[in-house]
Ligand binder design. Structure first.
Ligand code: SUG
Length: 442
């Protein structure tokens, strides 16, 4: 792909050594169903890296974000435990195993939730803006943002090109889950676009059922701080039906890129208004191509089980139409497989579906789209960011070697109490950071 073009660069989360099935996300059916199962962190990380390799081989510019430091001992100290590292872990394991699970969660792998990104073509000051998500709705995720901000600030350090914003205030009114509830549409990545923000509740509103993790106020705040043009911005409400069926983020029922929005009939509270608002916002820029999947063809429960929409929608080098990079589970679910077969036979904007194995992550509710943060970057921005996180196959090999040497292939919840695991995790992360030239995050 031409180095002179503005491109969408996917920054995937490198899956950390403490990946486990903690059952910590209310409203996330996979996390609840697989709670307590034995995970395989080594396989998880290798699967994620193979997905990145596939895209590097196809000619994409592929980035990576390192795992956060886990266990988060500072969090356990704040929660009242003290002494040596081993004392802290032992006391938490005995008195508050749920807090120990939070401290160990590898949830930063889902980088779609790391931040919301506005490309420089959309912002008033012409810089690329990134706001770390506060992830205030789930305890284990609410402790990610200080390190995420630090990590983004190291990678996007050049203040002339980038503006990294710390997370919004840590209050339920500002609940923010980052790019998982955000879609950017445009004619070409480098042209000014339309940004769609999707929220599940108003600030102060209490909703029945599963948690609505994104507020309208949080969307507004990101629009304000990124300096977006109101006329090119759309706010839409996620449907309660979708949330209560297990779509804890909009990206479980919707994905979009360029001029194409691919979504389930029940994704939005008011589909017609959402589409007409998008068309209005896109006037003079591009003609929206909506691809709505009817419930009669793919029942909402199947969409959520298979993660059809939690796919990457990609402008694949050398292909005329978009490619949907979907999880294997989409191929294994009868209705979604049949839908995909029909989809590519039609003459719509999506021309091919490719399946990828990210099962370890899927079992915690994270598909291909959850594992990546999209950052539309000009050639100058790509040159200005930290080069160590842009992958080629040699660097992927080196990361995989660290994973093979340092990660366990079996992790049960009870293993989190093992005092030796603290150091194992630190050593593994240090090895990864060295490969990425990010020793300053150690
Ligand atoms: O926040 N799962 C994550 C999955 C995030 C998926 N991201 C997007 N849809 N963009 C979550 O619910 C489960 C962790 C556990 O239970 O151990 C978890 O955090």
């Amino acid at each position: 792909m031409s180095s002179t073009e503005t491109l969408e660069v996917n920054f995937d989360g490198l899956i950390g050594p403490s990946h486990n099935y903690g059952g910590m996300s209310d409203g996330n059916l996979a996390s609840q169903t697989n709670a307590g199962d034995v995970s395989n962190p080594r396989e998880a990380a290798l699967q994620g890296l193979e997905k990145m390799r596939m895209l590097v081989r196809a000619g994409f510019v592929q980035g990576v974000l390192p795992p956060l430091e886990r266990p988060n001992l500072g969090f356990l100290v704040d929660a009242g435990f003290g002494g040596s590292d081993a004392d802290i872990v032992a006391a938490a394991a005995k008195n508050a195993p749920a807090l120990l699970k939070s401290a160990y969660s590898a949830s930063s792998m889902w980088t779609a939730n790391a931040a919301t990104i506005s490309p420089s073509a959309d912002t008033q000051d012409g810089r690329l803006h990134l706001t770390a998500a506060n992830l205030s709705s789930m305890l284990h995720r609410s402790i990610e943002h200080p390190e995420t901000t630090a990590s983004l600030a190291s990678i996007f350090e050049d203040e002339e090109a980038f503006a990294v914003h710390a997370a919004l205030p840590m209050h339920a009114d500002f609940a923010d889950e980052g790019a998982a509830n955000h879609v950017r549409l445009s004619a070409q990545h480098g042209e000014s676009g339309v940004e769609l923000f999707v929220y599940g509740r108003e600030a102060g509103e209490s909703v029945n059922g599963f948690p609505a993790r994104q507020t309208r106020l949080a969307c507004d705040a990101v629009v304000w701080s990124h300096g977006l043009n109101d006329k090119r911005t759309v706010l839409a409400r996620q449907s309660k039906t979708a949330i209560n069926a297990g779509a804890f983020h909009n990206d479980v029922v919707c994905v979009g890129t360029l001029d194409t929005l691919f979504f389930h009939e029940h994704a939005f509270e008011d589909t017609q208004t959402t589409l007409s608002d998008l068309r209005k916002a896109a006037e003079g820029l591009f003609e929206l191509k909506p691809v709505m999947v009817p419930d009669a063809e793919v029942p909402l429960a199947d969409a959520i089980k298979s993660y059809l929409f939690n796919s990457q929608l990609l402008q694949w080098p050398g292909e005329d139409r978009l490619v949907l990079l979907a999880p294997m589970e989409t191929q294994e679910t009868a209705s979604t497989r049949a839908y995909c077969e029909r989809l590519v036979q039609g003459n719509g904007p999506i021309g091919r579906v490719q399946y990828v194995d990210v099962r370890q992550s899927m079992r915690n509710g994270g598909g291909p789209a959850c594992l990546r943060l999209r950052v539309v970057m000009t050639p100058e921005e790509r040159a200005a960011c930290h080069q160590g996180v842009l992958l080629d196959e040699a660097r992927i090999d080196a990361l995989q070697a660290v994973v093979r040497d340092t990660y366990r292939d079996r992790l049960a919840t009870a293993d989190l109490a093992d005092p030796a695991f603290v150091n194992e995790c630190l050593i593994a992360r240090e090895g990864l950071l060295r490969v990425l030239d990010l020793e300053k995050l150690i």
